[in-house]
Design a protein around this ligand. Structure first.
Ligand code: PLP
Length: 365
């Protein structure tokens, strides 16, 4: 079985596993004052400093969460108080569901946010909160976040950036980007699932919690910290996966699919090196995924969905791709991708496309 679904979850890196195994040996709650508690606390505080430095922030402004979803929800809850909210049309459901009723920033056919529309929204009312993701989970499209941040700052607006898919794949630095907060998730970086962080700029770091609990994380996120998971997160936070090697394999897979009739969604925009979004006109996305799975290649249909049901992608719909939004699969190469996986993909995809042409893979309804 070949795994080409890294944007759902990267395989665990060995350094994360080693750091977690060592952390499991620590007995104690980081809030306890005795020596055991202090050992656990030292581990998470060292991890916090390391992660913060890696993402251009201060340890004291970095809040551990249960993952990217909670980091997005906390940012919108805390930074959105008393503000109008604008989210880009291709945000992850973690942002969309945390900002019901938000205004929506349109994107181009390649999935890039419309900066003129952002400028107009900022000028049209009181200071707001804007959410623009750094890299899209379905297409890999990288947004012009620095420009969006500059516009937001001119108008007194705050900018929250979901950097869940970008971290570990491209440089991500809160200060360089000029945004007010970053959402991170360890399992997209080769760390464990169930841990992430909200990284804040000093201007906004005194936030109101979503979960108050026992006042952990300087009162910004209650709940005993997941010590081993935080150790695994810190162990991988410095990694940036081998871009040229991954890009070459992605390009090879993509070129093979295009020769067979696929259309690359978002192919004209700057993209993550590991991601391609391939539409096959006339073939339903879920059926493509099943056919690829039966051929031993794990890919996904747009975003992974917890219910196991595949819905038409709101990302591709927002990009104006119409019926193709239900006929697209996401291929995302993991950090340890092999040539053999790409060869298996090419064989499986060409067989699947051939079956589709013969009417054996049903078209989207
Ligand atoms: N944001 C983006 C862009 C994602 O791709 C994901 C996960 O797929 C999330 C947020 C949610 O992260 P987590 O799975 O850590 O809750």
């Amino acid at each position: 079985m070949h795994y080409l679904d890294a944007n759902a979850s990267e395989p665990l890196r060995p350094e994360a596993k080693a750091a977690m195994s060592a952390a499991f040996e620590i007995t104690g709650n980081p809030s306890s004052v005795h020596a055991h508690g202090r050992a656990a606390r030292k581990l998470i505080e060292d991890a916090r400093e390391k992660i913060a430095a890696r993402f251009g922030a201060r340890g004291q402004d970095t809040v551990f969460t249960s993952g990217g979803t909670e980091a997005d929800a906390l940012a919108i809850h805390a930074l959105g108080i008393g503000r109008r909210v604008l989210i880009s049309a291709t945000e992850h459901d973690a942002v969309r569901s945390a900002a019901p009723g938000a205004d929506v920033l349109p994107v181009s056919r390649d999935g890039i946010v419309d900066l003129d529309a952002l400028r107009a929204w900022l000028a049209a009312g009181p200071p707001g909160l804007v959410c623009v993701m750094l890299a899209n989970n379905e297409t890999g499209t990288i947004q012009p976040v620095e420009q969006a941040a500059a516009l937001c700052r001119t108008h007194g607006a705050l900018l929250h950036v979901d950097a869940v898919q970008a971290a570990g794949r491209i440089q991500v630095d809160l200060t360089a980007l000029g945004c007010h907060s970053l959402a991170l998730s360890a399992h997209k970086m080769g760390g464990p699932s169930g841990v992430g962080a909200l990284v804040l700029s000093p201007e906004v770091s005194g936030i109101i919690p979503l979960i108050a609990g026992g006042g952990q994380e300087r009162g910004r996120r209650g709940g005993t910290q997941a010590v081993p998971a935080i150790a695994g997160f810190a162990a991988v936070c410095g990694a940036i996966f081998d871009q040229p090697q991954i890009a070459a394999l992605r390009d090879r897979a993509e070129a093979a699919a295009v020769r067979i009739g696929a259309i690359v969604c978002g192919g004209g925009a700057p993209r993550l090196a590991n991601t391609t979004s391939l539409a096959l006109p006339g073939a339903r996305a879920d059926t493509q995924v099943i056919a690829m799975d039966l051929a031993g290649v794990a890919v996904s249909a747009g975003a992974a969905c917890s219910s196991g049901k595949v819905q038409t992608s709101h990302v591709l719909t927002a990009m104006g791709l119409g019926a193709l939004a239900g006929e697209t699969i996401r291929v995302s190469l993991p950090w340890n991708v092999s040539e053999a996986a790409i060869e298996a993909f090419e064989t499986a995809y060409s067989r699947m496309a051939e079956r589709s042409r013969r009417g054996l893979v049903p078209a989207a309804a």
